[in-house]
Design a protein. Structure first.
Ligand code: TXA
Ligand code: MG
Length: 321
């Protein structure tokens, strides 16, 4: 079992070291407890999905200690500045375009061209983020499909054997997740209602802010319209094959893949494969090839999330006749 320790300066320093070493650290925020990992470390981000048992890759919220740090990751606009002037630190998460030089893992964005960022209003969380000196991806620290954790004991019972340490800051003040506001499109849209209400946002922006009906309660894109904004390779994708046709790139998995153009994991490690997935797809989505053929991936653990993403990539771009 992970150690549950009070969020003191000494334990914050230890938590920051663990994050920098690629480990998972659960920590309190004003909304709910987060399951944190270095957001620039593909393997650490993949470990979040493994720990939560998520069957698909949802994009994750990236936590930073201040707006200046956020502006090095994503492209701010006037609306974003106006809102964060008044609501950060706080329970507002903004979805904005990744900067061209964005150091965040592609897995954090689940392949999207945007990233969600937030500055939590919690002194302990801010101390951890400053000490870690790297953006921290942190979904709520619960298993997929279960209630969000508002005490360290909730986290310990759900994820105790899957995290390096749990920083205990007592019960969360708000107890409800942050509001996710998408400012990357033509009009602001609430993707997930939360700690900051639509009324407050509407008043501040002086324009109606719609709650998107296209996402489910978890904020996961559901309608085809939103799925289309998910990253899919431009090339057709062909799944479950052991060999490429002429003109195809072959995305391999496991030791038995001598002909692979790229291999998600030569040792057959699903965590490594998840960490490499989006970078590999980007590299193979190249006009040198006519299609991307993908070797079979075991449908267990993180393999389920990898296969879900690949199936959608294959379905969104049917091979042209
Ligand atoms: O209160 C909170 O926000 C907590 C604490 C720990 O900060 N964190 C949290 O993170 O709830 P998570 O990862 O469980 O929630 C992510 C939400 C999902 O609804 C996801 O779909 C949305 O944010 N999201 C993240 N990145 C996105 C993106 N690039 N585009 C659209 N939605 C995004
Ligand atoms: Mg959650």
């Amino acid at each position: 079992m992970a150690r549950v320790v009070p969020i003191t300066p000494a334990n914050v320093a230890e938590g920051a070291r663990a994050l920098r070493a690629g480990q998972l650290v659960a920590f309190p925020t004003e909304t709910v407890y987060g399951l944190g990992a270095d957001a620039c470390d593909d393997r650490a981000v993949a470990a979040i999905f493994a720990a939560k048992d998520r069957p698909h890759f949802n994009p994750l919220i990236v936590h930073v200690p201040d707006r200046a740090t956020a502006e090095r990751l994503v492209v701010f606009n006037d609306l974003a500045r106006r809102l964060t002037d008044r609501l950060w630190p706080g329970a507002l998460t903004l979805v904005l375009p990744r900067r061209p030089d964005c150091p965040l893992s592609l897995l954090v964005s689940a392949g999207l061209e945007t990233a969600a960022v937030r500055v939590p209003a919690h002194e302990g969380a801010l101390a951890l983020l400053r000490a870690a000196d790297t953006p921290v991806a942190a979904p709520s620290a619960n298993l997929s499909g279960t209630l969000s954790p508002t005490t360290a004991a909730h986290v310990a019972s759900a994820l105790g054997d899957r995290v390096a340490m749990i920083l205990d800051g007592g019960p969360c003040a708000i107890g409800l997740e942050s509001t996710v506001l998408d400012l990357s499109g033509r009009a602001p849209a609430i993707l997930r209602p939360g700690g900051v209400t639509a009324e407050v946002l509407t008043a501040m922006l002086g324009t109606e802010v719609a709650v998107s009906t296209e996402a489910d309660s978890d904020g996961a894109p559901r309608s085809p319209g939103m799925l289309a904004s998910h990253y899919a390779p431009r090339l057709p994708v062909r799944l479950g094959t052991r060999s490429a046709e002429p003109g195809e790139a072959l995305l391999g998995f496991g030791p038995d893949a001598d002909d692979a153009t790229l291999n998600l994991s030569a040792s057959g490690d699903l965590l490594e494969a998840a960490a490499n997935l989006f970078a590999c797809l980007h590299k193979l989505d190249d006009s040198r090839y006519q299609a991307i053929a993908v070797m079979p991936i075991p449908d267990e653990g993180l393999g389920r999330a990898i296969n879900d993403r690949l199936r959608r990539a294959a379905a969104e771009k049917p091979p042209s006749p």
